[in-house]
Structures are given as structure tokens and as C-alpha cells.
Design a protein around this ligand. Structure first.
Ligand code: KIV
Length: 267
């Protein structure tokens, strides 16, 4: 299993890092078997698993519940658990307690939080001070969807570009061991990845990040919305609906169960 040091080593050796999201026992099992370097139990679970419109209603208990299930499927992979909206925005005591619950109750190895403002930097420092590894997240941070006025690419304007670059440097100085970059121009992803020693993991941040992350349901073609940066490697929605439809049809037609599916008293 990787650890905070081996991720840094992968960056130094210019070996790309693969991160995938997973949310339960089967998805944890599949992404581990596929060879991912790191799993993110993301608050995207609000949208792809729980059916919410955005990530904001996901609770700490939701993430703990799903991270534990994911760990049961992926006991040999480094797992990062997302800190949900408003679990790291208040006082630092609450922030530290919430981060600790993800490690102690959720069986995660690290936590992730969004943003790079001064109060987010203080939250990162406080969590790192508890010996809990932190992944930061900049750019189109989904928990800011209302503040951004929608899911808009960030860092296109010169001022935004420079602000995100400065925040990335502060995040590294605060002790985060990895940085997720989402929904930013490729030039910015490249610049941050060159300037930072910690690995960057891109999602819609171009080709030059130190690794890439995609959401499990997006890779498999099982989500309702598909962003430009997603590559669907399968269309499981169609396959699942077709298999379930065949079961419905066979039951209605009396074709299931067939001879081979039934028990007899005597052979
Ligand atoms: O919640 C999530 O899945 C994420 C990834 C999109 C990076 O934050």
C-alpha cells in the first residue's frame, strides 16, 4: 500500500498517480483490483450514490458509513475520505474532531478538504498538527457551487490564475501532502504541478498534473451528468438496464426460473 512518502517518490520519478473514487464494498474491491494507487471516498457520493443535486447535503456520518464499506473492499489501498461541506469551516477544534472521526471511525488514511483561503489554510495546519495527512482541493471546488454561481471553470482570468497559484503554494507550506486540481485551464495545472513538490491530481486540469482522478460512476457510464473532462470507458447504464429488463421479461413470461434453477426433493 502507498503512503504519503511513496506518493512524493512517484512524483519525483515522474510516474503518474491514479486516483479513483469508490463508495462501498464492491466499488472499493473493483478499483483496488484495477490497480488504483489511491482511493477517494468523495462527497460526489451525494450525487452519484445518494441522488442529491449537488454535494452540499452529504454529512460526516454519510462519509464515515461509505468509507468503512469501501475499506472492507479495499483493505490494501490508501484511502482518502472527503470532509463534507461545513465540517471544517467553523472552529478548529470541531475541524480536528471531524477529521479524526474519518480516520478512526471511517478507516481512512487521510482526509480531503476544499479551498485555499486563509481559514482553509488554518484548517489544514490544524489537521496536519494532529498527524492526519491532508489532501487539498483547488479550482472548481464543488462545495462552492453557489458561491461560484454554477459549475464554472476557475482560473481563466489572470487575477484568478494568480490567486489559485498562490493558494497552491500556501497549501504546500501548510503541510498538505497532495493537491487535487479541478476544472482549471491546462496552463494553470501545468504551472502548479511544476512549482510544487507535492503531487497534483487533476480532474479537468489538463495533461500535466502528476496524476488523474475520475469518479467511478463517470468512468463506467453510470452517472446522469457527464462533464467535458470525463472519459467513459464503459456504458454500464445500458448493460444494467438491459440485464434487469431481461429478468422482468422472463418472470412475466414464466421463463424464469427454469429447470436448472429449482430444487427437487430427490435427484
Ligand atoms: O468528491 C469527489 O469525488 C471529488 C473528486 C471529483 C475530486 O472531490
Amino acid at each position: 500500500m502507498h503512503n504519503v512518502k511513496t506518493f512524493q517518490r512517484l512524483k519525483r520519478k515522474a510516474e503518474k498517480i491514479v486516483m479513483m473514487t469508490a463508495y462501498d464494498y464492491p466499488s472499493g474491491k473493483y478499483v483496488q483490483a484495477a490497480g488504483t494507487d489511491i482511493i477517494l471516498v468523495g462527497d460526489s457520493l451525494g450525487m452519484v450514490v445518494l441522488g442529491y443535486e449537488d454535494t452540499l447535503k452529504v454529512t460526516l456520518d454519510d462519509i464515515i458509513h461509505h468509507a468503512k464499506a469501501c475499506r472492507r473492499g479495499a483493505n490494501d489501498t490508501f484511502i482518502v475520505a472527503d470532509m463534507p461541506f461545513m465540517t471544517y469551516h467553523l472552529d478548529l477544534e470541531t475541524t480536528k474532531k471531524n477529521a479524526a472521526r474519518l480516520i478512526l471511525e471511517g478507516d481512512a488514511n487521510a482526509v480531503k478538504l476544499e479551498g485555499g483561503s486563509d481559514s482553509r489554510i488554518a484548517a489544514i495546519k490544524a489537521i496536519v498538527d494532529c498527524e492526519i495527512p491532508v489532501v487539498a482541493h483547488l479550482g472548481l471546488t464543488p462545495q462552492s457551487v453557489y458561491a461560484f454561481g454554477g459549475y464554472r471553470v476557475q482560473g481563466k482570468k489572470e487575477s484568478e490564475f494568480n490567486k489559485i497559484l498562490e493558494q497552491a503554494k500556501k497549501i504546500e507550506a501548510a503541510g498538505a501532502f497532495m493537491l487535487v486540481l479541478e476544472g482549471i485551464p491546462e496552463e494553470l495545472g501545468k504551472k502548479i504541478s511544476e512549482e510544487l513538490k507535492i503531487p497534483t491530481i487533476g480532474i479537468g486540469a489538463g495533461r500535466f498534473c502528476d496524476g488523474q482522478v475520475l469518479v467511478y460512476h463517470d468512468i463506467l457510464g453510470m452517472s446522469d451528468l457527464v462533464a467535458k473532462f470525463v472519459k467513459q470507458y464503459e456504458n454500464l447504464s445500458e448493460k444494467i438496464t438491459s440485464a434487469l429488463g431481461q429478468f422482468c421479461n422472463e418472470v412475466k413470461a414464466g421463463d424464469f426460473p427454469a429447470e436448472e434453477h429449482i430444487y427437487n426433493r430427490k435427484k
